[in-house]
Ligand binder design. Sequence first.
Ligand code: IPE
Ligand code: IPE
Ligand code: MG
Length: 265
Amino acid sequence: MSRRLAAASNDSIGKVCPAELDPICLPAHVAVIMDGNGRWAQARGLPRVMGHRAGVEALKSTLRLCSDWGVKALTAYAFSTENWSRPGDEVNFLMTLFERVLQRELQGLEAEQVRIRFLGDLQALPEKLQNLIADATARTAANTGIHFNVCTNYGGRRELVLAAQALAGRAARGELDPATIDENTMAAELYTAGEQDPDLLIRTSGERRISNFLLWQLAYAEIHVTDVFWPDFNRDALMAALVDYQGRKRRFGGLEALRTDALGS
Ligand code: IPE
Ligand code: IPE
Ligand code: MG
């Protein structure tokens, strides 16, 4: 039996990777810059924050589809270190939204075996949100399903600075020989320690920039930019991103294109 058929017969209906995709060459790790919430709302004559609320539904559906289709990790950019510069009302709305959504969704995430983690400088978040994050992280830590990473007060540069500080501290205490620092040592100090680098980065709303997201980890990610605003990011949009990914030739600096399933995980 082919691996595709084996995968299909093991799964219940609806959870199978769609026929348009090769299940063997799926990205193991998808990262997404969920952008365009404000413009989505404004286009409908709504306040910007309504776009954030609608964006939660898009994230829930993307997580479920990734999990059902066999993606192993989904990392979503929810709030950057630069987003504090927005009006206080919008920042407060977002923090309260994160709290409400976490409270409301935790049981479902647990039931679906999702392992949730929050990546970023969490100490700057409201205390209530910090407590909910700690609880959700602990309660799902042993789950065996998709890894769901929510980047909250995340900045790629801050992540690298904190890693440099940690390594310098260990060197100053005589615990680490600076000459032994290599790429693995660095990666182990990042919020994403233990997670495979993203294979695919999706950015919605047409912006063609990284906006301080996963600066180290995206070194060889394939990039898919779509004009769709995040709240409209649905099954078709995810499918288009994955089909685009499966058509890429990943060379990693070499001359031979590697099949996506040939990459070590
Ligand atoms: C992304 O949508 C969500 C966050 C950054 C929190 P935006 O709020 O950036 O929406 P646009 O880009 O202004 O439309
Ligand atoms: C990136 O979106 C951050 C998140 C999606 C959380 P922004 O809207 O903050 O990015 P810029 O300002 O357009 O670069
Ligand atoms: Mg934006």
